[in-house]
Design a protein around this ligand. Structure first.
Ligand code: SF4
Length: 254
């Protein structure tokens, strides 16, 4: 809960808008000593006031971030992508958390009919091409919804898998939008401890062996010793849905 950002030295990017690169450096410098709650207050109520949203899958760990956001502003826009293939338990959990935390601005995003008609009429595209399925069912609706915002908040954490091990508290996406990862350096024990301390309701699939929960056809329960996201697209090289793009800058962390 009181984890702080690590020290950072910044390498001037070659390809990025210079103003945004400098703003990123300032944010990293100004906010690096803040704890998670203070960082959320700064970005929601000051730096990006009215121009920031939260992305939430209403998955296994979502409640902690949503609780912290609700303590700053319950009307913060929460972008929830309903791909059409979600577990029904996830939709129910969204309603439970909205009620429990008093969230007043959950925006449910859905794939566009034209994309489904053109590429996934029988809703089995995930069997043939998971990247394209995620593209039309997650990435495109999400990119469209992000249009009005300068920044968005993600619940990603370093411990979740090896590809997230170098995650930092603030990034700049390739599309020039700031991405805030307030839980980036939380470990699993901290998440669990906060769940208990905050007395948060849990997603009903967690007790059935799902520590990470995406769409029904692409999520299985994990086995003992597997990493948290091993049940996502199991048996494929795919590890992310595509809404998390590479940062647009080069940085060296010391
Ligand atoms: S997770 Fe699976 S079902 Fe969901 S959008 Fe991606 S490929 Fe399709």
């Amino acid at each position: 809960m009181t984890a702080t950002s690590s020290a950072v030295s910044f390498v001037q990017p070659q390809t990025l808008d210079n103003d945004k690169a400098m703003r990123l450096k300032r944010l990293m410098d100004d906010f690096k000593a803040l704890d998670t709650h203070a960082l959320l207050e700064k970005v929601i109520a000051e730096e990006f006031s009215g121009k920031i949203a939260v992305s939430s899958s209403f998955g296994a760990e979502a409640a902690v971030l949503l609780k912290l956001v609700s303590e700053v502003d319950k009307a913060t826009p929460i972008l929830f992508i309903d791909t059409g293939h979600l577990f029904e338990e996830t939709r129910q959990y969204k309603d439970v958390l909205a009620e429990a935390l008093g969230l007043t601005n959950i925006l449910t995003l859905q794939p566009e009919k034209i994309h489904l008609e053109n590429a996934d009429k029988d809703a089995t595209l995930y069997e043939r091409d998971t990247d394209y399925c995620c593209h039309i069912r997650k990435v495109l609706p999400f990119e469209k919804a992000l249009g009005p915002y300068e920044a968005w908040i993600s619940g990603r954490k370093r411990f979740q898998n090896s590809e997230r091990a170098a995650l930092e508290s603030i990034e700049l996406d390739v599309d020039g939008r700031f991405k805030i990862n307030p839980l980036y350096n939380w470990d699993y024990d901290t998440v669990i401890a906060q769940f208990k301390e905050m007395n948060l309701p849990r997603h009903s699939l967690v007790d059935k062996g799902y520590p990470s929960i995406g769409c029904g056809p692409c999520t299985r329960a994990v086995k003992e010793g597997e990493d948290q996201r091993a049940g996502r697209w199991a048996g494929q090289e795919k590890t992310e849905c595509g809404i998390h793009k590479s940062p647009a800058y080069e940085a060296i962390y010391i």
